[in-house]
Design a protein around this ligand. Structure first.
Ligand code: RB5
Length: 153
């Protein structure tokens, strides 16, 4: 699987640690979209960059990190087709895949311990979407994105 990964300065250290974890797994190709240091940058640039890489098929899924995971997940979710889930434990990570088919995972570099973040990422990578009624709900989000309406009918 190919994973796009991006962070701002607040998530840089975590991004680098997660890259080591992904390299150790051996089954993941990583597309690192920056940032490349702890110099201050703006999280929307990196959230959108990662979202676009997933939306246009350069990567199957993405991982984004900022200080809290909040700003970068908000930015990433502005890209059409992206379902970015900010997860703070493995239970949320599993459900974000099973129910929401999350295609980007957001993590907070200043709010989540590195070992916890690795466990969250592992669960998120290894959990499948359940489909069924959950597909119908995702389809409603996609329809809204396309301005087809449908949610309030
Ligand atoms: C940057 O200082 C910080 O605001 C950012 O990393 C993130 O936490 C925003 O949501």
């Amino acid at each position: 699987m190919k994973i796009a990964i991006a962070s701002d300065h607040g998530g840089y250290e975590l991004k680098e640690e997660l890259k080591k974890y992904l390299a150790e797994r051996g089954d993941i190709e990583v597309l690192d979209l920056g940032t490349d240091s702890e110099d201050s940058v703006d999280y929307p640039d990196y959230g959108v960059k990662c979202g676009e890489a997933v939306a246009d098929g350069r990567a199957e899924r993405g991982v984004v990190c900022c200080g809290t995971g909040i700003g970068i997940s908000i930015a990433c979710n502005k890209v059409r087709g992206i379902r970015c889930a900010l997860c703070t434990d493995v239970h949320m990570a599993a459900l974000s895949r099973q129910h929401n088919n999350a295609n980007v995972l957001a993590l907070g570099g200043r709010t989540t311990f590195i070992e916890d973040a690795k466990a969250i990422l592992q669960t998120w990578l290894d959990t499948d979407f359940e489909g069924g009624r959950h597909q119908r709900r995702i389809d409603k989000i996609a329809a809204y994105e396309k301005n087809e309406g449908g949610i309030h009918e």
